[in-house]
Ligand binder design. Sequence first.
Ligand code: B1M
Length: 212
Amino acid sequence: MSIITEMSELLQKGKAKKVKELVEQAIVEGLDPKVILNEGLLSGMMIIGEKFKNNEVFVPEVLVAARAMNAGLTVLEPKLVEVGNEPVGKAVIGTVQGDLHDIGKNLVVMMLKGAGFEIHDMGVDVAPEAFVEKAEEVGADVICMSALLTTTMPKMEDCIEVLKERGLRDKYIVMIGGAPVNDSFAKQIGADYYTPDAASAAEVAKEAVLSK
Ligand code: B1M
């Protein structure tokens, strides 16, 4: 069995320590960090997601798989992130209120760091007002919101409403992402950009800040 397949399978079983060791080994063997991420870690997480949807596994199994994913990511992060000297801009990022999913958001954080952003990561379950207050406090250029639940997506619009109410809408580039979100939802709520993955989020954020 290849190291990548083994990583994916151990992740599905929630073996965090072993996943971490395999990521370390894969790096030493010179495997491309993007292959380790996409084919080793994310593919395992996607299989768990499918099984979860089909009631073949339940929240505890998903949780341990997510922990194993995060354990692998901590080792992989320095390889995915190559920060330049001058910060491109400042970004405030978080998962919206009521939502505890943070794996995708953490990937966006890594990619933004790699693109040269100074990051203010607010974690999960972030209230609409809190995004705005943090952005004002740190002098952010970009506000990035992640949502994984259809029930929490409306919190993104609430944040944009808070910006409008406070006369701050044009001050910030607002970006959204997460599995249930799409471009038409971004247009509907008045966000500036929707991006489907972490790499494109970083690219778009950089372009948007440089052309502002
Ligand atoms: Co949850 N969960 N979960 N879960 N979970 C989903 C999202 C679900 C689709 C599973 C399913 O039914 N198939 C479903 C949502 C259904 C819906 O709303 N339509 C669901 C549910 C229902 C729930 C609970 C309600 C389950 C329950 O308790 N009964 C509960 C809710 C808790 C809460 O948040 N209040 C819950 C709990 C959990 C765990 C805690 C067990 C765990 C999260 C652990 C953690 O994150 N630390 C978990 C997980 C792991 C998942 C799945 C299996 C995987 C999500 C994930 O990490 N994917 C997920 C099924 C799935 O998505 N297939 C599921 C990998 C990650 C890299 O992808 O986050 O999409 P993603 O990020 C992508 C892009 O979307 C994008 O970049 C990333 C890739 O590069 N992106 C952005 C993300 N954020 C961005 C922000 C940006 C730009 C791009 O800003 C600019």
